[in-house]
Write a protein of this length. Structure first.
Ligand code: SF4
Length: 459
């Protein structure tokens, strides 16, 4: 049965505190410079010797955008100059040529994702060249899930045709809001007609799955205006919808200083927008997957959640089995053999390291046994709203209630608030707790005690 949401304003207000989104556990702030390129090389060697080496997933970061969205908190470079992207593809080629041979050649690429920035900043020839580099260096599985983030303003018929012909079968459209006033206030102007046309063209060309990103909490948004945006989104019927919460942190993200704080919706208004979003999307047949994600009832993500096979990784939720993730490009994160690594986020440093023939890894983390156990607990809860204690006990040779005695005590208050229920076999997140899943996961996060302030809030 599909998960339902119970929107309880008072509870959401009560639990509104900063917390991680758990696209990894431990989370990125725990990465340290002790993890070097050599550590990654050793991890890759170990991953090749596992009884059944995992398939591979490749993330390619394209950091360029030709205009700036004022809400942006991404690692990007604003430019219209394609000589910089041409040079960047040279660097990606060198990085891929260093990395790919370290993996056993029979390990196929089962997932490929282009993220940004704006991956469709690359022109036709650049995209062809980049795909050629990937095809030369990796064995791409026939079943490979290939996905890309698309800026509707940068997606001509030619670009979409190329992506489909190259094998991209999932596309994600950045929309954020359809209201022209809001679009003007965040400097991202793209008409409903343009988005409708680009989505339809992608579908007509054979793209299997379309995702749309929206953001609530942007300047000049009201319950009424966002309601209209949701109606338009529903009319276009994307297979999946992500509705992110805008966190206004102008001291950290320079572009956000161009947003007038007085234009931002109040916390009460944001909460009302959130409630409306959940109601409208569920009425329109979308299932709440977790965090900010919704999918149509028949989507593979809903099926994976029902079957207990849903995963969580740096791209959010995924229906693919656990793979070793290779991240290439400036600031990219990867995960190989129980460790995480991250490339330099500074273009100059990234370039310098690659040109010196070194992997541009500058930080990371080797997971301990305890990290792995807690990661499994958090993943089960965040993906399935359910935790099977017995299964964990068998696998980890622990008594769950003894090992997590402190956590169970802490969860007591949430049980009283109706967020979850517990018995000797399991923890079950209730309808009221689904929107607050990250608060529940935070109880099992051993690193969090002193670190909460650097994460965004639930509302
Ligand atoms: S939000 Fe996306 S498209 Fe806009 S500036 Fe940031 S990275 Fe570029």
């Amino acid at each position: 049965m599909a998960h339902k949401l119970d929107f309880d304003q008072d509870l959401i207000k009560k639990y509104d505190k900063s917390g991680p989104r758990y696209t990894s556990y431990p989370t990125a702030p725990q990465f340290s410079a002790e993890y070097t390129a050599e550590t990654l090389q050793t991890a890759i060697e170990r991953s090749n010797t596992e009884m059944i080496p995992k398939p591979l997933s490749l993330y390619v970061h394209i950091p360029f955008c030709d205009t700036i969205c004022y809400y942006c908190a991404c690692n990007k470079i604003i430019t219209k100059d394609h000589s910089v992207s041409a040079e960047y593809i040279d660097l990606l080629e060198q990085e891929i040529k260093m990395l790919a041979p370290l993996f056993d050649p029979d390990r196929e690429l089962e997932q490929l994702h282009f993220g940004g920035g704006t991956p469709t900043f690359l022109n036709y020839d650049e995209t062809v060249r980049l795909m050629g580099i990937i095809e030369e260096n990796f064995e791409i599985s026939d079943q490979c899930e290939m996905s890309i983030e698309i800026d509707p303003r940068k997606a001509s018929d030619e670009t979409l045709r190329l992506l489909v012909n190259t094998g991209f079968n999932r596309v994600s459209f950045g929309v954020q809001d359809f209201d022209p006033r809001v679009q003007k206030a965040v400097n991202r102007i793209q008409s409903f007609e343009l988005v409708r046309d680009r989505m339809q063209t992608a579908r007509d060309m054979g793209v299997q799955s379309v995702n749309m990103d929206l953001i609530y909490g942007l300047p000049l948004q009201t319950v009424e205006s966002f309601g209209l945006t949701l109606d338009k989104a529903i009319e276009l019927k994307p297979d999946r919808l992500s509705v992110f919460n805008y966190a206004h942190l102008p001291e950290r993200f320079k572009p956000q200083r161009r947003i007038n704080a007085e234009d931002l919706p109040s916390p009460a208004e944001k909460l009302a927008i959130m409630e409306l979003t959940n109601n409208k999307l569920q009425e329109a047949g979308y299932v709440f997957i977790g965090m900010d994600h919704f999918a149509l009832e028949q989507d593979s993500m809903v099926k994976a959640q029902q079957q207990g096979t849903l995963q969580r990784n740096f791209q959010g939720y995924s229906t693919h089995a656990d793979a070793d993730l290779i991240g290439v490009g400036v600031s990219s994160i990867g995960s190989v053999c129980e460790s995480y690594y991250q490339n330099s986020s500074k273009m100059d440093e990234y370039r310098e390291l690659v040109l010196a023939g070194r992997l541009p890894v500058v930080r990371g983390l080797k997971m301990s046994e305890e990290d792995l156990l807690r990661k499994e607990v958090i993943n089960q809860l965040i993906c399935h709203f359910y935790l099977d204690k017995r299964q964990l006990e068998d696998r980890w040779q622990i008594s769950f209630d003894e090992y997590f005695a402190g956590e169970i005590e802490e969860l007591g208050a949430m049980v009283k608030d109706g967020l979850l229920s517990m018995d000797e076999h399991s923890i079950q997140v209730e309808d009221k707790g689904r929107l607050l899943i990250r608060n529940i996961c935070m109880v099992f996060d051993a690193y969090l005690r002193d670190n909460v302030v650097q994460f965004s809030k639930v509302i």
